[in-house]
Design a protein around this ligand. Structure first.
Ligand code: ADP
Length: 894
């Protein structure tokens, strides 16, 4: 096997290992066994995607060319990590409380959930990152070239397109598989993060191994190496102070703003406390990564022939020393650095593209109606997967068409300078309540244009995009507009020149426009939440709508988060508010929380737009509030407190009114029922009495008459007994005197029994079931459970008014509980009626007589006794009842 094929085999095996790691981590997380996945160490290791293929190979090249300057690239992030409590902690806290999905989402959310801003940041991020992805592909192909025996300096990129394409395709596959498994960005990508952590260890060990070999194997030990360094030009090069400070600041800014760094730092962060560990562990990691950079550079310059590419010393030195195996280890290290960067960057960018570009367009195209059929979740996932492919392939295309070499090598820092433009709006948004959306847009716009003009476009080389004449004399001969000498600042380093002007004017525009413009209410609100994230803010809770609105919200949420999660969220909130069932009050507090939950899936701007469609008035009332109490924060908070109190009062009054209504309704129904009971008792009693008198007195009755009368008497007494049985049953259950008889049984059998008892499934009433899901062994009072099932099925039979009535029985075995849903296709039960169907004696629609309205009350009592529950499930096709049984069923204590 030649080296080339061997390398490909190694890459494939390595990729398989990563797949296995990611798969195992995902599985562990889903089974709830993943506590170790969220350790601070894993978090720290995931931050290492900062060290990409460019840093793995390039740091040595950087050192060989410019001496100690490469240290700035590591110094910047170290400063950020050490000073974490200042900015990072705030970012992470906001990221969690607002369920931020990306840096675009962060900025958009801070500035009033503005989608324009999000689109702008997304496009900017894609432009800045594409060349960087190309750079990673290039570093992988260059390392291939070293092994193929080609001289990498003189080789043509063309014949190495193939490996790059395969690597790109593999990365797309991996990212799609593990990066878009679930939609909610806040559920986090355990698999990916774990794989990244493994790659972090691999690349560190690889670099250390090469370093140890170079120092002790080639450089003659510590002393020899120090002598070589002293003798080399590295020791002589002096570093200009301005460039040092500039580069360090640039690296620090990029560390916070790079979309991929934001992804691991903020979005994937599980616990604020992890920052404490990362504050020392990440600088240590980075220090170890840079430990051998200078020795490798110095010894490489000494031992390898003049003109060898210093970017590849990490590979060529082991090869030179005859250590092929070590060279392969080093190759894997570089491969790890490159792939982990591309994976995380693709996840981060695809989230931005799908949430801020594809989803809004899709929402607009579908008429903005959310109640229509169609799965929002599916669309969002598809958009995300498609974007991942598009982004990586864009990187590949860039790599394909840029001929590699010089233009690409500078791209790392160019990219840093691009994303650094987010910094003023980001920091301003965190600490200054007066920052406005227009200010942010202006700052970003100015920064972006200057970056393009002074750095990005010229980086392709004079004459490629920017004409030589413009570079030399400025556009139209205006010399103070020369891209490398703006406003007469001659003789500066082009990078520092561009960073200085772009950041300076960006900040100036941001401040100036923010001061002269007036923030919209939503911006103000978000601004206050961001700036004061650490203060416990108790803001006003307006009651905005009724339970019917909650049902609409539930339907929409089910379509975004999926039914399980949506129902859990709603019933949890309802319980918190002291209500039963699935529909909480749509208080402002809840609506804000809901918006944040949804923004984890579709981004803040989209979530806000969707929720406002249903509760459009919520923002208006805040607007009113703010218009009045706008002057100072104190006034606003004071007024919020008042507002909270009055909303609280209004809510209490409403709850009292509802309770009162319910009581009146119940008492009326009870009266009606007593009348009904007397009536029902009286009618059979009358006929029993009449016919028994006839039987007693009528000596000449024929045999058939006798039989007929006695069977009437028998039938009527049966009816009486049933009614009395029900009443008795209920009173026994209610008083807690009912004894339960626990047995083992299979759920499917219990359902079979209930279906058979109610007349079976047939064309006149179809019952759909999933026998596979019903194979669950229960340990409970089987007869009582069957009684509940029989009641629910016979109710569906009696009351389902569809032309082709059908009942769907859906069984789900979940971590917390076993759920059996009975969903029919009738017109269901209206929201006000849902609140009372489980009460005793309640029948809806007096005309549809049947039972006495005791069935569901009995069901609820039984389920309570069995330790489970039965409740109405709103937001389905027709009437729907959910029976919940806890796992490890035990009979509730007597
Ligand atoms: P009953 O003994 O009258 O059936 P239940 O307590 O079982 O009393 O049910 C109470 C009321 O709830 C019924 O009168 C009926 O109006 C309504 N109901 C129950 N199940 C359904 C259903 N599947 N579809 C429509 N209405 C229903």
């Amino acid at each position: 096997m030649n080296t080339h094929n061997l390398l490909i085999l190694i890459c494939i095996l390595y990729a398989m290992l990563l797949f296995a790691v990611a798969f195992a981590a995902d599985r562990a997380a889903r089974k709830g066994r993943g506590a170790w996945l969220s350790s601070p160490l894993i978090y720290t290791l995931s931050l290492s995607i900062y060290c990409t293929g460019w840093t793995f190979y390039g740091a040595v090249g950087f050192a060989a060319r410019s001496g100690l300057e490469f240290v700035t690239i590591y110094l910047g992030p170290t400063l950020v990590m050490v000073g974490w409590w200042w900015i990072l902690r705030k970012l992470v806290r906001i990221g969690r409380s607002q369920r931020i999905t990306s840096i675009a989402d962060m900025l958009s959310s801070r500035y009033g959930k503005s989608n324009t801003l999000a689109v702008f940041v997304t496009v900017f991020a894609v432009i800045g990152t594409t060349p960087y992805i190309a750079l990673q592909l290039q570093s992988v192909t260059l390392s291939f070239a070293v092994f193929s025996g080609q001289d990498p300096t003189g080789m043509t990129i063309k014949n190495l397109q193939q490996p790059a394409l395969w690597v790109a395709a593999g990365l797309v596959l991996f990212t799609i598989l593990f990066g878009t498994r679930n939609l909610d960005a806040n559920e986090r990508h355990h698999g990916v993060v774990m794989a990244i952590a493994v790659e972090a260890v691999v690349k560190l060990l690889a670099l250390l191994a090469v370093g140890v070999f170079v120092v002790w194997g080639l450089g003659g030990g510590l002393n020899g190496t120090l002598q070589t360094i002293d003798a080399s030009e590295l020791a002589e090069w002096r570093v200009p102070g301005g460039r040092w400070v500039g580069l360090t600041m640039l690296a620090a800014a990029a560390f916070l703003c790079l979309p991929r760094m934001f992804q691991v730092l903020v979005v994937e962060n599980q616990n604020e406390g992890h920052l404490r560990t990362a504050a020392w562990a990440f600088p240590t990691y980075v220090m170890l990564m840079s430990l051998f950079v200078v020795p490798i550079a110095a010894i490489g310059l000494k031992l390898l022939p003049a003109g060898s590419n210093p970017d590849l010393f990490v590979l060529t030195l082991p090869l030179h020393g005859g250590q092929d195996a070590l060279a392969i280890v080093s190759f894997i290290g570089g491969f790890s650095s490159a792939t982990s960067m591309v994976i995380v960057a693709a996840i981060a960018l695809s989230t931005m593209v799908s949430n801020h570009i594809v989803m809004p367009i899709w929402l607009r195209l579908t008429g903005g109606s959310l109640m229509k059929s169609g799965d929002v979740r599916g669309v969002a996932l598809l958009a995300r997967r498609f974007s991942i492919g598009a982004i990586v392939m864009l990187g590949y295309t860039y790599f394909h068409f840029s001929s590699g070499g010089a233009a690409l090598a500078a791209i790392g820092l160019v990219s840093f300078a691009g994303v650094a433009q987010f910094l003023p709006a980001l920091i301003g948004g965190l600490f200054w309540r007066g920052a406005t959306r227009l200010g942010a847009l202006a700052g970003l716009g100015v920064g972006f244009v200057l970056w393009l003009y002074c750095l990005f476009l010229p980086s392709f080389g004079a004459g490629v995009i920017v004409p030589v004449s413009v570079m030399a004399d400025g556009p139209w001969g205006i010399s103070w507009l020369r891209p490398y000498a703006l406003f007469g600042t001659q003789g500066m380093d082009p990078l520092i020149h561009a960073v200085m002007w772009s950041i300076m004017l960006n900040t100036a525009a941001f401040l100036a426009v923010s001061i002269v413009t007036f923030p919209r209410p939503v911006e103000r609100l978000q601004g206050a939440q961001f700036v004061n994230v650490f203060e416990h803010s108790s803001r006003a809770g307006h009651w905005t709508g009724g339970l019917a609105q909650s049902e609409d919200l539930l339907i929409m949420t089910q379509r975004i988060l999926g039914p399980e999660e949506a129902q859990a969220l709603f019933s949890g909130e309802a319980r918190r508010q002291g209500l039963s069932g699935y529909l909480p009050e749509p208080s402002t507090e809840f609506i804000e929380r809901l918006e944040r939950e949804l923004s984890g899936s579709v981004g803040a701007a989209t979530a806000h737009a969707m929720v406002s469609q249903i509760v459009g008035r919520a923002t208006v009332s805040v607007e009113d509030l703010l218009a009045v109490a706008d002057e100072t924060a104190q006034i606003m908070e004071y007024s919020s407190r008042l507002e909270a109190k009055s909303a609280e009062l209004a809510r209490t009054a409403r709850q009292l009114r509802e309770a009162n209504d319910k009581l009146t309704q119940l008492s009326e129904q009870k009266d009606a029922f007593l009348g009904q009971v007397s009536h029902e008792l009286r009618t059979p009693m009358t006929s029993i009495r009449a016919f028994s008198e006839i039987l007693r007195d009528g000596d000449d009755l024929s045999r058939t008459d006798q039989q007929r009368y006695s069977s009437i008497i028998h039938g009527e007494s049966l009816r009486l007994t049933r009614l009395l049985d029900d009443l008795l049953d209920l009173s026994v259950l209610e008083s807690g005197r009912a004894s339960l008889n626990a047995q083992e049984g299979v759920l499917g059998d219990v359902l079979d029994r209930a279906v058979a008892a109610t007349g079976g499934s047939g064309p006149e009433f179809r019952i759909e079931r999933d026998p596979a899901a019903e194979r669950i062994v229960l340990h409970t009072d089987i007869d009582r459970l069957a009684q509940v099932f029989i009641n629910l099925i016979s109710n569906a039979r009696k009351y389902c008014d569809a032309p082709e009535p059908a009942l769907h029985i859906d069984v789900r075995d979940e971590a917390g509980a076993l759920r059996v849903d009975f969903i029919d296709n009738g017109s269901g039960i209206s929201v006000p009626d849902q609140a009372v169907v489980f009460e005793k004696f309640v029948r809806i629609g007096q005309t549809r007589s049947g039972g006495a309205g005791l069935g569901l009350a009995i069901c609820r009592e039984i389920m309570n006794r069995l330790g489970g529950d039965v409740s109405y499930l709103p937001g389905q096709r027709g009437a729907a009842f959910r029976v919940t049984l806890p796992h490890n069923l035990r009979i509730a204590a007597q």
